[in-house]
Design a protein around this ligand. Sequence first.
Ligand SMILES: Nc1ncnc2c1ncn2[C@@H]1O[C@H](COP(=O)(O)OP(=O)(O)OP(=O)(O)O)[C@@H](O)[C@H]1O
Ligand SMILES: [Mg+2]
Length: 252
Amino acid sequence: MTAKPVQIRLRGVAKSFGGKRVLAGLDLDVHEGESLVVIGGSGTGKSVLLKHMIGLLAPDAGTVEVDGVRLADLDYREITIFRRRFGMAFQEGALFDSMTVWENVAFPLRRAGWPRERIAARVAECLELVHLEGAEKKLPAQLSGGMRRRAGFARAIALTPKILLFDEPTTGLDPVIKAVIDGVIVDLRRSLGSTTVTISHDMKSTFRIADRIGMLHEGRIIAIGTPEEIRACPDGRVQQFIEGRADGPLSD
Ligand SMILES: Nc1ncnc2c1ncn2[C@@H]1O[C@H](COP(=O)(O)OP(=O)(O)OP(=O)(O)O)[C@@H](O)[C@H]1O
Ligand SMILES: [Mg+2]
């Protein structure tokens, strides 16, 4: 891979909660325009890692830089504005409960000052992409978990941001919708050059969308490389994880 500029740079990032160390001095570079997938066991800190990239969590030690800007140097107002260059689909969906699906997806477009007709067209397009046509008027509480996740995904991509963070965008979705969402992630990178960081448990999705795969384990990225490199990685922990085996060094 040609050396693309680094868009997100983490150095020595450490984070503990109540004495429990989750990130243990983690280093990671995300390059402009790449699709990086972070894999790792449940509770290893993948969501925590993603939240550091967008400044929703601040490290106890170490630095997070996005486009050369140290997030720690930004005040509350600056970081709120800064965050607009990101789209993020949270694991929990994180929709506004009092807004309909349509209003949720329209929200970032309205805030960006788009005219009404363009908003309507873009919302329709995004909902169609995630196969949610017909759900426009529903409230989040009226949706299944999978539908909420898809609505969150549609909202994240509405403004086609330069950087997209997806926390398990396809977990719990049926295989067809999964393939559709994977296809949207690949397209975002191919046609728009967006940088995407996706957390996934699903190896099929991971190999479908990743330019590079990084594995988080015990607070650090223990292996990172192209799908071919990760498939050939000699680390037994990586092999156990990607093969989904019950026995191996991760279970010891
Ligand atoms: N805001 C918080 N306050 C306290 N503890 C937290 C907080 N956020 C995360 N943790 C803890 O940090 C650890 C890592 O959590 P995280 O959600 O990042 O795991 P994960 O790798 O995303 O797991 P999963 O695959 O199940 O989504 C967990 O032990 C979790 O309880
Ligand atoms: Mg998580």
